[in-house]
Write a protein that binds this ligand. Structure first.
Ligand code: GS8
Length: 222
């Protein structure tokens, strides 16, 4: 298989794009990475994802797969010879999907408010964000990974969060390690044990700078 067979349209800090990169790395799939300028999207991105016009897009043998969760599931199904991500048991699979849905529809929209609002609204978002993280910490429990003894679908989908944690801490004024020590230990475990993660996650200060730039664009900082 050549790199041309798989292309990933992505943007380096993206929490969603990182999912696809980690899943491809877990499976050992060679691919061509293309970093998009989201303020001046390539024609290929517009052609491959005409509905949402968003990254990530996985292009496999010329055909696009859009939406990060769908991309991770696709990668798991196509390259099924190693590193299974979704559990085989239907109930465990449904539960894993539930938590990733929670991350996308509750945690991330609230996290976004942590750095794009001010005053009371920001304080409420900060509290809610920490509550949501604690719910995820409860789901992890004493397991090494959300997937149990092995790194799985929820781990792949949630670990990119760690690359943004310093940015959330900076603008939300809280300590991830103090609020959620087990979750913090899980993140460190993923980085230490999984090259797919350590090689994918951007450096935390780089993401802080990126969020600072976003805030300037939103008019929150000078
Ligand atoms: C979200 C992708 C997304 O928001 C997924 O893949 O899971 N539900 C989708 N992509 C953003 C960049 S990351 O914040 C994006 O491409 N934005 C460009 C735009 O909205 O114009």
């Amino acid at each position: 298989m050549t790199g041309q067979e798989v292309i990933l349209l992505d943007f380096w800090p993206s929490l969603y794009g990182q999912r696809a990169r980690i899943a491809l790395a877990e499976k050992g799939v060679p691919y061509e990475y293309r970093d998009e300028n989201l303020r001046n999207k390539s024609q290929l991105l517009l052609d491959m994802n005409p509905v949402n016009k968003k990254i990530p897009v996985l292009i496999h043998k010329g055909k696009p797969i859009c939406e990060s969760r769908i991309i991770v599931e696709y990668i798991d199904e196509v390259w099924n010879d190693k590193a299974p991500l979704l559990p085989s048991d239907p109930y465990a699979r449904a539960t894993a999907r539930f938590w990733v849905d929670f991350i996308d529809n509750k945690l991330y929209p609230t996290g976004r408010k942590v750095y794009t609002t001010k005053g009371e609204e920001q304080e409420a978002s900060r509290k809610e964000f920490i509550d949501f993280l604690k719910l995820l910490e409860g789901e992890l429990g004493d397991k090494p990974y959300f997937g149990g003894d092995s790194f799985g679908y929820v781990d792949v989908s949630f670990i990119p969060f760690y690359s943004w944690s310093q940015a959330y801490e900076t603008y939300g004024n809280f300590s991830f390690e103090q609020e959620c020590p087990k979750l913090f230990a899980w993140a460190k475990r993923c980085i230490q044990n999984k090259e797919s993660v350590s090689k994918t996650l951007p450096e935390l200060p780089k993401v802080v700078d990126f969020v600072k730039y976003l805030r300037q664009r939103f008019g929150f900082d000078d």
